[in-house]
Design a protein around this ligand. Structure first.
Ligand code: NDP
Ligand code: MG
Length: 383
């Protein structure tokens, strides 16, 4: 099976691994998008020969246009360029691997164009999951998760004909680099330590989200939206070894899990080939070399970001967009070395207190307004 894919965020961690899967499995690349990484974008474009390359940053697009002037590859810029890549006629599948709410509009454009969505950009579902899922249903667009936990659940649910048979979803969390630490110890941790994830190599923002456990909170909300499950049916368990990627417990007590090495090639590939499976670059798990599997309760006091996210999951409405916007802003400040690690939950909690959330019945404008207000509240607290 050959897919024609547009990769939104091709220069990132998921984007680069998607290109490895495409090369290994023979999928064709229709479009690539980046923000500013022109050098890598040029190299990718020369190798994979897409029809279109788009750069969100206009000056990067101008640079790329010069770099690719000797090729027939079209270069587009700005938000319009991303939307064009997301809805390109020659693509059947769009891999959403942009980071943050910047992925929301292009994902909607891909849904409107009837593409399969291989969804890595979880912030889209956290901010506007109900709108996105409703739009996908209306347009008949499949959304197949790339996030490893959600892919595991998706795989476990393949034989399930009636959602009423599911008792709960169990998301596994690695616990990040600071598992077992006290709050006092966390007050001293550095950016460099936070960027050192024990099991996964990922982009900077999600690596920090994994260290605060916000990532798991975002994933609970992502799972709620993808599987139309109430938050009380979604549980989080810390599993340090990252071998069980997540589990589904059924009403008869059976628990199904998907196991594997910590390798994103497999969930990326499955999102492209589902419902089929093909050989690919993922390294299979060697059971005889596995460490013992351990499970722990997450510590919501030491990692308040998870508690904040679970609370927003219960509240619904635009609260999840406020949570996400504040977190993107706070993590951005931490990555710029402007705040300390424990300021991230403090700033997110402060934004949730300051910005009023709209309950259900919101539209896309409400989401962007909530996102903007949350970022403004974070910057206000920094004055
Ligand atoms: P990276 O930071 O590695 O890559 C992000 C990509 O998006 C880059 O191509 C970047 O371009 C582009 N980009 C960044 N900002 C913008 C913007 N404002 N507009 C347009 N494009 C932009 O992120 P990851 O690959 O780690 O993560 C991507 C998404 O996948 C996230 O939502 C993350 O939560 C999710 N995810 C990632 C996993 C992983 O293993 N990495 C696992 C599960 C989910 P440029 O290079 O030019 O900056
Ligand atoms: Mg994940």
């Amino acid at each position: 099976m050959t897919r024609h894919i547009s990769i939104l965020g091709s220069t990132g961690s998921i984007g680069r691994q998607t290109l490895e899967v495409a090369e290994s499995c023979g999928h064709r690349v229709a479009a690539l998008t980046v923000n500013r990484s022109v050098e890598l974008a040029e190299a990718q474009a020369r190798k994979f020969r897409p029809e279109l390359v788009a750069a969100a940053d206009e000056s990067a697009a101008a640079d790329l246009r010069l770099r690719l002037a000797d090729t027939p590859i079209r270069v587009a810029g700005g938000e319009g360029g991303l939307l064009e890549a997301a809805s390109l006629a020659s693509a059947d599948t769009v891999v959403t691997a942009v980071v943050g709410i910047a992925g929301l509009k292009p994902t909607l454009a891909a849904i409107d164009a009837g593409k399969r969505i291989a969804l890595a950009n979880k912030e889209t579902l956290v901010c506007a999951g109900e709108l996105v899922m409703a739009r996908a249903k209306e347009r008949g667009a499949d959304i197949v998760p790339v996030d490893s936990e959600h892919s595991a659940i998706f795989q476990c649910l393949q034989g399930c004909r009636d959602k009423g048979e599911v008792r709960r979803l169990i998301l596994t969390a690695s616990g990040g680099p600071f598992f077992g630490k006290t709050r006092k110890e966390l007050s001293q941790v550095t950016l460099e330590q936070a960027l050192r994830h024990p099991n996964w190599s990922m982009g900077a923002k999600i690596t920090i989200d994994s260290a605060t456990l916000m990532n798991k909170g975002l994933e609970v909300i992502e799972a709620m939206r993808l599987y139309a499950m109430p938050p009380e049916k979604i549980h989080v368990v810390v599993h340090r070894e990252s071998i069980l990627h997540s589990l589904v417990e059924f009403v008869d007590g059976a628990i199904l899990a998907q196991l594997g090495t910590a390798d994103m090639h497999l969930p990326i590939q499955y999102a492209l080939t589902w419902p089929e499976r093909t050989a690919g670059p993922a390294v299979p798990l060697d059971l005889l070399r596995c460490p013992p599997l351990t499970f722990h309760q997450p510590d919501l006091e030491v990692f308040p970001c998870l508690a904040l996210a679970l609370d927003c999951a219960r509240r619904g409405g635009t609260s999840t967009a406020i949570l996400n916007g504040a977190n993107e802003a706070a993590v951005g400040l931490f990555l710029d070395d402007k705040v300390k690690f424990l300021d991230i939950p403090r700033l997110v909690a402060g934004a949730l207190d300051r910005v009023e959330a709209k309950p259900g019945g919101y539209d896309l404008d409400d989401i962007f307004e909530a996102d903007w207000a949350a970022r403004a509240a974070v910057h206000e607290m920094m004055r």
